[in-house]
Design a protein. Structure first.
Length: 306
RNA sequence: GGUACCAUAGCUCAGUAGGUAGAGCAACGGACUGAAAAUCCGUGUGUCCUUGGUUCGAUCCCGAGUGGUACCA
């Protein structure tokens, strides 16, 4: 019998946690989180991880499984998920995946090209080039190492250029030679659902949730993390704005407003990402019964797609 | 009730010696292959309060109205 992965994505604060839990409960299965920040156990309030009650209701994977000091990336997530699914599908015919990190979800659904992990020293070297020589220097290096990628990459985006150079240095091969963009077949069926609601409502949720996080003690969480604020994991909405407040760059009210604005912008970027994949069925988070039907493979009747 | 000032983008405001307008913030759209809640790119979205008048032409000048603010009563 064919196994099925039900992917439920959506912008931050849309209500994914509740939906995923209800669907997973109805199907008596477990949840895989695809959220690049909820993995860090030190970041709980600011990443809105499911509460203890929710975690007790349905077994969740990839929540609080890492430390902010750990190195982790999409490819590792892909592999970890595939291994986990091998195990879960022995027990369950259907597994639910939910989260807001579109790249992570896609890595599991479609696969991602392999290339060697880059040594820390090489990454530091390239980062140093950017800091001391600037982006134009990076562009010249990339043009030399990998003219093909140079012609395609966003030359304004230093991260993209740096990534490519790092791989070139690590392997002695052009970065573009690793890119196949091949869709990797998976030994299970994938059903994709994307949640959305009127923008105004989404923004109300986001604005309200920022206040709730502050009430729950986000500032205290951030204060504990302050000494490590330069770690990548902490370059995150909700944390960076409060670090800036602690540095005296603006007052607390301003910091909270910036968290709200930056979360809104993040939500828009997520929506743009998900919209590109036409396989997603867009649904309102309140239409859980329909989602359970889809998740169970029962497509009959009217579905409240939006 | 009287006098003065104001009315332009979602908000705060600038401006046009009369030729249908622009900043900041907010907002909107897009890209994305191992740091992705990251990173990067693009876009003014407007009955210039309403209505008469002067004018080839009014957001701008004049009158009236409406709404607001301040002061005097």
């Amino acid at each position: 019998m064919s196994k099925r992965l039900v992917v439920i994505v959506g912008p931050t604060a849309i209500g994914k946690t509740r939906v995923a839990i209800e669907v997973a409960e109805a199907l008596h299965t477990e949840i895989i989180s695809c959220d690049s920040r909820q993995m860090y156990r030190e970041m709980r309030i600011g990443t809105a991880v499911p509460c203890a009650e929710e975690l007790a209701a349905v077994k969740h994977h990839f929540i609080g499984n890492l430390s902010i000091f750990d190195y982790y990336n999409v490819s590792m997530f892909e592999q970890d998920c595939l291994h986990l699914l091998d195990r879960l599908f022995l027990e369950y015919p259907v597994v639910v995946m939910t989260g807001g990190s579109g790249l992570y979800a896609d890595a599991l659904c479609n696969g991602i090209d392999d290339f060697p992990t880059v040594d820390t020293e090489i990454r530091q070297t390239v980062t140093g080039w950017f800091q001391t020589e600037g982006i134009e220097y990076l562009r010249r290096q990339l043009k030399m190492f990998d003219p093909e990628h140079y012609s395609k990459v966003d030359l304004q985006n230093h991260k993209r250029i740096m990534k490519a150079i790092e791989v070139c240095l690590q392997t002695g091969r052009p970065y573009s030679s690793f890119l196949t963009a091949q869709h990797r077949p998976r030994p299970f069926e994938i059903v994709k659902i994307a949640l959305n609601r009127p923008r105004e409502e989404l923004y109300e949720n986001i604005n309200r949730r920022a206040g709730i996080m502050m009430d729950e003690g986000l500032l205290e969480e951030v204060k504990e993390l302050y000494p490590n604020r330069h770690l990548n994991a902490l370059n995150t909405v909700g944390y960076k704005e409060l670090f800036a407040y602690m540095d005296g760059q603006h007052d607390l009210d301003t910091a909270v407003e910036l968290i709200r604005r930056n979360t809104r912008r993040y939500a828009k970027r997520q929506l743009t990402w998900f919209a590109r994949d036409k396989a997603y069925q867009w649904m309102h988070p309140d239409h859980i019964d329909d989602m359970i039907k889809i998740a169970s493979g029962k497509y009959g009747g009217h579905l409240s797609t939006i």
